[in-house]
Ligand binder design. Structure first.
Ligand SMILES: Cc1cc2nc3c(=O)[nH]c(=O)nc-3n(C[C@H](O)[C@H](O)[C@H](O)COP(=O)(O)OP(=O)(O)OC[C@H]3O[C@@H](n4cnc5c(N)ncnc54)[C@H](O)[C@@H]3O)c2cc1C
Length: 431
């Protein structure tokens, strides 16, 4: 009977694991199943581009069926597992609860926004983690401009022209930079708003923005943002959010109808239901080979990769790998080899990877980047960032879509329509 290899999660880690398993395992000896909530891989580094309207939201995803030839795709939500029996529980898209048996399970369920118990945060702030977050942000920006333009009172208008981002990692900085870039273009069509001006604030609890890059590049990014009139508040935290404003820990009140929370991630909560060992941060504890240590009685093997796993970082002893796509992709490829080696009686290998580079776009055709130790900034870094994403995006057709979107936005500006209810049909009889 064929081995059952099941992958939970079809993001960067799970998708690359599936692709590698298709090459490594003969189809007559193993059957690979991928369970994912959506039928696509979300290319998260391009989410700020979708929010900032340089990219069509559909172009920052990769349909899984178009890239996986012989993997069985189950669309549904993983709900739990019984590791002793080798069973994964899934709530399938048609509403049915099913159990999938596995001999080898790869957990790649990613992460969710890490929120804090700040009054009003959950009710009034938005994240930037999903395609709907990016689309909602773009619509929110345009709706705010439309409302502000219709208001007589400048104080009320200021609320709609205030935008606060909390958390200055690459998601926060890229998200704010792209959205502000878009707003600067869009506001030209709103005379009242243009006369009053917008307020953009980036709040970061640590001493500097973008801890992922060296201090010199972080200073460049901060200088660049400040040069565009963006207020950068480092060593500052958020105290409270209401529908109309954000209050910083020092008591300063910023009128803003848009507050975006990009202050870190935590493992997908469902990993706590898998009956597997977790570390203090809720990540699955794994050996350097990415295998999860289980009770000696367990007959099936379990592996964990990506943002939901604490994979020991060989380049920083005593620490775990950071939650990045470049780590998840490489872990996905290696875990596939380790699973194949385990099934074939071969030797597994530990994960070793040292970050080779970082790219972060800052809007205005500028970016910061490090490639093989060389630091880039400004326009050359922007070219590197776009080339990097073009090369990494799976599939020629998907690359072409990016290229076309980027060039159309460069030549004709960004599309400033706000199709707020796209995807939610009007109930019949209510038109
Ligand atoms: C805005 C933004 C920008 C980023 N930019 C960069 C960057 O420039 N460079 C970089 O290296 N990293 C970047 N990252 C980080 C990167 O996205 C993550 O580190 C990477 O996606 C982790 O891969 P993963 O496979 O662990 O998780 P994911 O790619 O998130 O995949 C997890 C998958 O599991 C699915 N899933 C979750 N729960 C369930 C469930 N219960 N049942 C079924 N399926 C489920 C999800 O739908 C998803 O498809 C960025 C992240 C964000 C949010």
């Amino acid at each position: 009977m064929a081995w059952q290899v099941v992958i939970a999660g079809g993001g960067f880690g799970g998708f690359y694991a599936a692709r590698a398993l298709e090459r490594l395992l003969p189809s007559q000896s193993a059957h690979v199943t991928l369970v994912n909530e959506a039928n696509f891989l979300l290319y998260t580094p391009l989410l700020p581009g979708a929010a900032g309207a340089t990219l069509d939201p559909r172009h920052v995803v990769v349909p899984l069926r178009s890239q996986l030839r012989c993997t069985d795709l189950v669309i549904g939500r993983v709900t739990g597992a019984r590791p002793a029996d080798g069973i994964l529980g899934v709530h399938r898209v048609d509403g049915e609860e099913i159990e999938i048996r596995y001999d080898q399970l790869i957990v790649a369920l990613g992460s969710v926004s890490r929120t804090l118990p700040i009054p009003g945060l959950a009710e009034h702030a938005t994240g930037l983690k999903s395609l709907s977050d990016a689309t909602a942000l773009r619509n929110q920006l345009l709706t705010c401009l439309d409302i502000a333009e219709s208001l007589e009172d400048p104080a009320r208008r200021a609320e709609y022209l205030g935008f606060v981002f909390v958390g200055a990692g690459y998601a926060g900085v890229e998200g704010l930079a792209e959205l502000q870039d878009f707003a600067v273009q869009a506001i030209q069509m709103y005379p009242r708003c243009r006369a009053q001006g917008m307020r953009w604030v980036l709040v970061e609890a640590r001493e500097r923005i973008m801890q992922e890059v060296p201090a010199s590049l972080s200073r460049f990014a901060e200088h660049e943002l400040r040069g565009r009139g963006i207020e950068v508040r480092t060593a500052t935290t958020l105290g409270e959010v209401t529908e109309r404003d954000a209050t910083l820990a020092g008591g300063e009140r910023i009128p803003a109808r848009t507050v975006v929370w990009t202050a870190g991630v935590k493992p997908s909560p469902v990993v706590a239901n898998l009956g597997l060992p977790l570390d203090q941060e809720g990540r699955l504890v794994v050996e350097p080979t990415m295998r999860v240590q289980q009770d000696p009685g367990a007959s099936a093997g379990v592996w964990a990769i990506g943002d939901c796993a604490a994979v020991p970082d060989a380049s920083r002893p005593g620490r775990s790998c950071p939650p990045t796509a470049q780590h998840a992709i490489r872990q996905g490829r290696l875990v596939a080899r380790n699973v194949a080696a385990t099934l074939g009686g071969g030797r597994t290998r530990p994960f070793r990877y040292k970050t080779k580079g970082v790219v972060a776009e800052l809007g205005h055709n500028k970016a910061v980047a490090i490639t093989l130790g060389i630091r880039w900034r400004g326009f050359p870094a922007w070219l590197i960032a776009r080339t990097y994403h073009l090369l990494l995006m799976p599939g020629f057709g998907r690359r072409l879509r990016l290229l076309v979107d980027w060039n159309v936005a460069l030549l004709f500006g960004r599309d400033s329509s706000a199709p707020g209810r796209l995807g939610s049909p009007t109930p019949l009889g209510e038109e």
